[in-house]
Ligand binder design. Sequence first.
Ligand SMILES: CC(=O)SCCNC(=O)CCNC(=O)[C@H](O)C(C)(C)COP(=O)(O)OP(=O)(O)OC[C@H]1O[C@@H](n2cnc3c(N)ncnc32)[C@H](O)[C@@H]1OP(=O)(O)O
Ligand SMILES: CC(=O)C(=O)O
Length: 540
Amino acid sequence: MSKKICLYDTTLRDGTQAEGISLSVEDKVKIAARLDQFGIDWIEGGWPGSNPKDMAFFEKMKEFPLKQAKIAAFGSTCRPGVAAEVDSNLQAILDSGAAVATIFGKSWDLHVLEALKTSLEENLRMVRDSISYLKQHQRTVIFDAEHFFDGFKQNADYAVSVLKAAEEAGADWIVLCDTNGGSLPHEVYQIVQTVRQQIATPLGIHSHNDGELGVANALAAVQAGAEQVQGTINGIGERCGNANLISVVANLQLKMGYSCVAEEQLQQLTKLSRYVAEIANMATPNNQPFVGNSAFAHKGGIHVSAVLKDPQTYEHIAPEQVGNRRRVLVSELAGQSNLLAKSEELQISFDGNKQEAREMIQQIKEREFQGYQYEGAEASLSLLLLESSGKLNPLFSLDSFKILMEKTAEHAILSEATVKVRVNGQIMHTAAEGNGPVNALDNALRKALEGVFPVLSQMHLTDYKVRVLDESEATAAKVRVLIESMRNGEKWSTVGVSTNVIEASWEALVDSIRYLLWKEGCTPQELEEQTEQRVGIVNH
Ligand SMILES: CC(=O)SCCNC(=O)CCNC(=O)[C@H](O)C(C)(C)COP(=O)(O)OP(=O)(O)OC[C@H]1O[C@@H](n2cnc3c(N)ncnc32)[C@H](O)[C@@H]1OP(=O)(O)O
Ligand SMILES: CC(=O)C(=O)O
């Protein structure tokens, strides 16, 4: 049986020390429930002595008993010259009601002398008394030896004497912290091994990511004997963040043969990462290992050709093991393999042969040279494939559009668009206002088409991005517009390119509508019936 490594999540405490992250009590409760479901062993809820919100979280958690995880309250040792029994911070930890108390204490002499401005002996007393006091109150005590690795490098005897004080006072776990995040994996490995020979209490690791080694250092510590890893979901935390528990769990379990969570939970890793990112209102990088959108996205033609033969050729694990999925991108770097795989993924029966696929790829490369980008606009790519294989019915076409804008001293700027589109031989002529020219154009186009295609009333635009393609051309530069649309929770993206931003937007808007109509299977025959009825209604 593989050895169990315990997971200690500090997203709700160290994670909220990240710049730009602030979680409400309700957010914290939701994340705690999800971490519990995933199989995290300890969830550090916050610092009760720090602020009312953290205290409220511990109160709230009394109403939401977790299935298996334990909630830990965090704080420091007592202050210099203050007895543990009267220290307000320790009292707040006890008042939180959490069964687990995690306290950090100084283990680097520099910090004792310069930050605490006290003696080395008094610091040992603070560690000893604080832990004994919490143990007297039947708490499980986790001692975080702050700055342990830097302290050990400077004064190993003192750093270890702090751990011994914690052990003698009854700490249940001793966690070695790379607080400044500057240690290297081989240093962490050697130091943890040395400590292992002198301390019997189970060890943990808490590493920061300042040298981009938070995960590597956590893994090195485990190899050297640590049995608990502290970290945060998506690696959020003070400065450059903490060890990313997402990558820690995946590596420990899939690469190193340790056991952290049940296998079926591991398949929830991608969802967990995205859930926490959503609640924390943070954008996760596409290239985030294991769970990122691009973690198993293949772009180069050589890669795709090989992956289709055997995924191991360019994938270190199967994406499904962590709940992610393989994606094939089509771009100027693609070969015919990308195109054939993509058409299969998009469920478009592109029944051309290899030569036709190569010609199609040349067409895509030419359009990318003009400024189009299809890897971010798969709906436009689908339309291109359908069109070139003669499977796309031209359900409507543009006769003309006009846009007027008016700004007066009294009123905000107003945009009005008029469009003439031809649907089944009939001209639909409509006008609509909007809060900007693209919005007005979108409204007018839908007004013209919704009567014939009622499904369009259910779609809306969710994102609009403009990129200037060659800034040196100034106003004559081309722009690329990417539009994201949504219907019933399903999203799709389209692209338009022109030297005129309105024309590029029109192209992307039209594609977004054409894509939905194709998905809905609207055919010219249905269209004929619908337009006849509509003309009937109009003539009545
Ligand atoms: C490594 C880590 O990430 S530890 C966690 C860091 N997280 C936070 O700091 C977030 C929460 N912090 C807070 O809300 C506030 O800083 C509080 C409530 C804890 C303290 O606030 P204040 O009393 O105003 O003190 P302030 O924040 O200015 O300074 C921290 C004090 O703690 C002392 N301190 C630092 N580490 C320890 C320790 N391990 N044990 C005891 N005291 C400590 C410092 O010496 C300093 O004391 P001083 O004011 O006598 O110089
Ligand atoms: C305890 C902690 O957060 C640290 O040492 O980084």
